[in-house]
Design a protein around this ligand. Structure first.
Ligand code: NDP
Length: 284
């Protein structure tokens, strides 16, 4: 029977460390501040925003939420973003995505100031993830995966690892962060042939596909460690991951639950990135 490895102790540890770092900054008259840009009132965006505000408040990071109308023009959005880029009291910027159709993310990603881009929207930060340059900001979700692996002392060097999913916010950066820690990484996706065969060769399986409970025990090697990034709603309206936890638990050695797994760590990583951005901007 495998162990459920939960996100809360990981998040608590990150927050405790940040509290003392922020106290030191406060002692120097510096208050880290995150701006959240939300366009419209998508319930998912609003839920994430509430979680982020709560986490920031618990660490004494200020939050400035800018709510923009759903039909805002690209020029007006860019003006708002530039105002925040130039506001020295703001150290981190989170743009809640996806943006509405009239806003071209391929243009906007080049406008956000890379040094304030705490969730890896800018191509500068994407490049830094791929280069293994630690001055950048990887996306919060794959960073949360890495924090969980670190907290639970899971060695990565040479580990046979399969990542299922190749999006720019989950799969690809997760693969790069794992590679940086010397894991041997295979990336799978919707065109992978015989996915259960490939996945069941992995000692470490990281899943981010957006398919409720698709990954069952046929995809899992005996004793594997499984990190489930998915957030879905099942047929009973309950939150669930991409992995069928009940079906896999007997076979794995460790598995993250959903909810209370990776998702509980992301806003703490966001806070960590804001503090890092703040320190870099004030020259500490
Ligand atoms: P995307 O839809 O952008 O990407 C999904 C990826 O999964 C794609 O690479 C796709 O392959 C692959 N995929 C889809 N179906 C299959 C399949 N049947 N077999 C193999 N691969 C498949 O999703 P995201 O990366 O944005 O999100 C992934 C999951 O993570 C979602 O459940 C999302 O809710 C969750 N999530 C969780 C967060 C958290 O904080 N815990 C934050 C962000 C996302 P292809 O490229 O070939 O299309």
């Amino acid at each position: 029977m495998g162990t459920l490895i939960k996100g809360k102790p990981v998040a608590d540890e990150i927050k405790e460390k940040l509290k003392s770092e922020v106290k030191d900054l406060n002692g120097k008259g510096i208050i880290p501040k995150l701006a959240i840009i939300r366009v419209g009132d998508d319930p998912g965006d609003m839920a994430y925003e509430r979680g982020a505000i709560k986490t920031m408040a618990s660490i004494n990071i200020e939050t400035d939420v800018r709510v923009l109308t759903k039909n805002i023009t690209q020029n007006d959005f860019i003006d708002e973003l530039n105002n925040i880029n130039n506001d020295k009291s703001i150290h981190g910027i989170l743009v809640l995505r996806p943006l509405p159709e009239q806003l071209d993310e391929n243009v906007i990603k080049n406008v956000i100031a890379p040094e304030k881009d705490v969730d890896c929207f800018s191509p500068v930060n994407v490049a830094k993830v791929f280069e293994g340059d630690e001055t950048g900001f990887p996306p919060c979700t794959p960073s949360a995966v890495m924090e969980i692996l670190r907290y639970y002392d899971i060695p990565l060097k040479g580990k046979n690892t399969v990542v299922i999913g190749r999006s720019m916010i989950v799969g690809k950066p997760a693969a790069m962060l794992l590679l940086k820690e010397h894991a041997t990484v295979t990336i799978c996706h919707s065109r992978t042939k015989d996915l259960p065969l490939v996945a069941s060769g992995a000692e470490l399986l990281v899943v981010g596909i957006g398919r409720a409970k698709m990954v069952n025990s046929n995809y899992v090697k005996d004793g594997a460690i499984v990190i489930d990034v998915g957030i879905n709603v099942d047929e009973d309206g309950k939150l669930c991951g991409d992995v069928d936890t009940d079906d896999c638990i007997e076979k794995v050695s460790m598995i993250t639950p959903v909810p209370r797994g990776v998702g509980s760590v992301t806003t703490s990583v966001l806070a960590k990135h804001v503090v890092k951005a703040c320190k870099m901007q004030v020259g500490l």
